[in-house]
Design a protein around this ligand. Structure first.
Ligand code: AMP
Length: 293
């Protein structure tokens, strides 16, 4: 596996692949890899001739007082994992490589950045869209792989790629969960054993809502109440939001009459966690992996 730091070197390599008609799949990450990231890499591998992964903890998407400094950085381990998965090129830029002095461009996907996580993380999605746009300009992939775990991020990046007429196919992979249901996340590493038990309430709340949906309940208020009812059993969990929205424009939905996204975020101690479910369920079941993050 080739590991490169310089954007221009990565771009030259990827352009050469394209000139050879090789299909390039791309998986952007912030590292501290777990089985969720690897599921994206495996899908990319199956659908492309060359796989590029990036590891970059993007300062632009962290707000003041957020966890940029303490975000887990496990580069040597990540690199071994990606090599073992058959990644062809690992792009590992430093902050000054992507944000050199004088760079002045920001990408904002208006509207989709406001609800859900946008409310408690102002500016976050401009950071995400800007860095992903830079990465896409460098790698110029045929396919961009994103996780359903970050459903708002995926919706926003799909919209950006469409709005900017980028010749890139965006594919989403389902949420990978631990055996007990907790969605894998690099931030799970922050949780103490007790907090981790508390964090299970996120998935349990969604499971309650899923049961109601399967039984025919269509009122968003009832679904949200089911999540909150489950959460009340865990005093260590503090709600950020529980929302039922249209998965395309992320606007609130009162009755479930088409596809919906039930998105949740909560604080467990100092750690902010997110999870979601889509309805109707996709034909592929959400995968559960044993790997602990
Ligand atoms: P991150 O390193 O957190 O920026 O995530 C990189 C990519 O991995 C994003 O597209 C995420 O949505 C995806 N991802 C993170 N956790 C999971 C998970 N548990 N299941 C599926 N995809 C995930």
């Amino acid at each position: 596996m080739l590991t490169l730091r310089q954007p221009r070197a990565v771009q030259a390599r990827c352009l050469r692949w394209r000139a050879q008609s090789l299909r390039v799949g791309f998986v952007p990450t912030m590292g501290a890899l777990h089985a969720g990231h690897l599921s994206l890499v495996r899908r990319a591998r199956r659908h492309a001739d060359r796989v590029v992964a990036s590891i970059f903890v993007n300062p632009l998407q962290f707000g003041a007082g957020e966890d940029y400094r303490r975000y887990p950085r496990t580069f040597a381990r990540d690199r071994r994992m990606l090599a073992a998965e058959g990644v062809d090129l690992l792009f590992h830029p430093q902050v000054r490589d992507l944000y050199p002095a004088g760079e002045a461009t920001r990408v904002r996907v208006i509207g989709l950045d406001e609800p859900l996580c946008g409310r408690s993380r102002p500016g976050h999605f401009t950071g995400v869209a800007t860095v992903v746009m830079k990465l896409l300009g460098i790698v110029q992939p045929d396919v961009l792989w994103l996780g359903q775990k970050d459903a708002q991020q995926a919706a926003l990046l799909e919209r950006m790629v469409g709005d900017l007429f980028l010749p890139i196919e965006v594919r989403r992979a389902p949420i990978v969960r631990d055996t007990d249901g907790l969605a894998l996340s690099s931030r799970n590493a922050y949780l103490s054993p007790e907090e981790r038990r508390t964090a299970l309430s996120l998935a349990r709340g969604l499971e309650q809502a899923r049961r109601l949906l399967a039984a025919g309940e269509r009122a968003a208020s009832k679904l949200k109440a089911a999540v909150r009812g489950e959460w009340r059993r865990s005093p260590g969990l503090r709600e950020d939001y529980v929302e039922v929205v249209d998965p395309w424009n992320l606007e609130p939905v009162r009755r479930v009459e088409g596809p919906v996204l039930l998105a949740v975020a909560a604080y467990v101690g100092r750690t902010r966690l997110i999870d979601n479910l889509t309805w109707p369920p996709s034909r592929r079941r959400t995968s559960r992996k044993r790997a602990r993050s």
